[in-house]
Ligand binder design. Sequence first.
Ligand code: ADP
Length: 333
Amino acid sequence: VVANPAVQPDAELAFEGALRPKSLDEFVGQQKVRGQLQLLLRAAAMQNRTADHILLAGPPGLGKTTLAMIVAHESNRPLRMSSGPAIQHAGDLAAVLSSLLPGEVLFIDEIHRMARSAEEMLYLAMEDFRIDIMVGKGAGATSIPLDIAPFTLVGATTRSGLLPNPLRDRFGFTAHLEFYDEPELEQVLVRAAVMLDLEIGRDAIAEIAGRCRGTPRIANRLLRRVRDFALVNDIPASRDAVRAALELYDVDERGLDRLDRAVMQTVLTRFDGGPVGLSTLAVSVGEEAETVESVVEPFLVRIGLLSRTPRGRVATRAAWEHFGVADRNSTLF
Ligand code: ADP
């Protein structure tokens, strides 16, 4: 088989990388967080020291990885990337920490999924830039202290509530990322359309911005599907093309996807509007509780379809209306 030289490798991942803003000024939205980060980085630069450790909290796709890269870039420091699931033993973390360059920015994504034993090692490292390495086993085991290079930890989590307090307390600053509003998402989309070399009208951009769950990553992904749709059907990327493409991909007018709808339908019809517990809900839709809690629910809560109460998840009146199911209270005459 002769490879077709005209076929390009799948550029989607590369595209996501290329789209990442490189500086705080290019980063759209999150004005408050940007201001806070700017101050923290400037102060550190003025005193020629490493910046305080930073925790970035919020649902996936809102720009946590991008901000970590910006922190390194703006402070002119190298960046090391790791993630909680990759750190399953204290030794995994020791290997990373002991090889850090002075001043390096260490990004740990999904930091809430790191092993407990590693968490404890991280406390000492964050505070004193020192780790204790355990050698040997049983009665002969000893710990050898090891100095490590000063570094800035940037942790990202979709569930800051899951972090143990001692870890949370060691961050100098916690940024809570919010969902983006439509004008901000339009800016993200215009930028991506330029990079994709896609001709697309303002109203089509606005249509996507209203349907991407307040999330830049989803905005960019939907834009690529609209581009495909226009390309294959040989039509302009108009508002109608957006509607047709998103219908094909099961994204409704409010941006709810298949899983969002499955969760809402379950609460509404199987549990009569709730309350229903998280784990029951997760089992009913065939998903991990963590996914339901950190990916699906924050957006449903934000747009007022679901509320989280101490007794469980409850559908709001707006949910009954949106899904066209008769409100159970209004059926009680
Ligand atoms: P997270 O780490 O929170 O899951 P990422 O930083 O990986 O999110 O961002 C996902 C995608 O969305 C990236 O391609 C990035 O370019 C884009 N993105 C996120 N936030 C912004 C923003 N504020 N401005 C422009 N693009 C953004």
